[in-house]
Design a protein around this ligand. Sequence first.
Ligand code: PFF
Length: 468
Amino acid sequence: MSVQREQWGSRIGFVLAAAGGAIGLGNIWKFPYVAGQNGGAAFILIYLAASLLIAFPILIGEIFIGRKGQRNPVGSFRIVGQNRSIWTSFGYLGVLTGFIILSYYNVVAGWSLGYIIEALRGVFSGFEDPLMAGFHYELLMANPKWIIGWQAIFAAISVTVVYAGVQNGIEKYSKILMPLFLMILLFLVVWGIILDSEGKGLAFLFKPDWSVVKGKTILEALGQAFFSLSLGMGAMLTYGSYLKSDDNILSSALMVAILDVLIAILAGIAIFTAVFAMGLSPDSGPGLVFKVLPAVFAKLPGGTLFGVLFFLLLTIAAVTSAISLLEVISSYFVDEKNYTRHKVVVIVGIITFFLGIPSALSFGYWKNVTFFGLNFFGMLDYVSANIMLPLGGLAIAILLGWQLKKNDVITELRKGAENIVDASPWSLLSSKVYLSQRFNNGLIWHWIIRYVAPVVILLVFLYSLGLI
Ligand code: PFF
């Protein structure tokens, strides 16, 4: 086990890869639809609070465990948790969560891939009435061959990328593609605001109606903060394990979190301004983005090109996230079980594909098969994002806040605080931010991780179960 572990070439390499893993369907597809189902602004404010107060400190903690452990989630939890089986079991929980999330992630990513072709075929330009985009979506969902076919192709693409070891190549492209994605999103935001002349979409997004908040709303906002940041199952831990020992964790985590939240909010503005301008319904569930944006592209000059570009970039964002999920699972089997990387990636790819089929069918044939009012897809998504991820986060907070010595933790966290230099275009958002310098003594962070994060997560669990 004494092989030299690969490391990121630069801190920005870590940030780009971690942000690439974090930014994905969670921001563009999931955030708007979950916010829409939960009444908008109040949910969004709770999500922001959960991201800042709970998810961001735990992100730091998760990267910390990876860098200290220098291994996959199981190995790192074992080492940092001083061989206690309780901690190791949270590593296993992470690997299991990875399987579950990847299985249904492939399905939605497949839709995005399929929509590139729909856009190329010029289908969107025929949507004179915005409702037609919704009908078209329903038509596709009723066609298992379409869904499963694209799911398979997407799964094959991510497996190929990891198999061929071209993740580093993707990192290079990310430097260009992420800003391009941001630009398209910004354009859609501006376009949406123009369309939404009565400001109904913006009011839905930013004027909270607290009366809609229930236990479920808070749990889903917390779950969304975890899902969006790829937190609580070891993805960030695995990235952290490749981080150099003198890189400052806090400032890297800050950049990843800011980018991730920013993209979600922008997606929210682009979608909801359009939803209200076109008289569509904000709570139409997992199909929301696919029902709304094609209707926007239909009316946009050059809409076909925009549509192709948008779904292409969304698919690429989904690939970088799927890779991070695959990476968690495969690094476990490679590090702990000594399997060869190539074999593991293919086997995991095949298993998650089959595991995803019931999710794929949840939108058509198995629409009426429900568990606690959710279809199979909805149930997997609910349990993994809202329960398993926050549970993983709780473990990280308790391990760092209570099991390890405060001094050791803080010393590790302060490493690299003095040599924060960053010449990248992202630097505006980055370490030089005053906050990070002040925050860098780590004491506030330790207080949050020891008291605030675990107590809030437990309270949210109890509240959503109706126990308090
Ligand atoms: N954060 C990803 C997204 O927003 O699409 C989803 C995800 C990736 C969740 C990796 C969890 C994970 F480990």
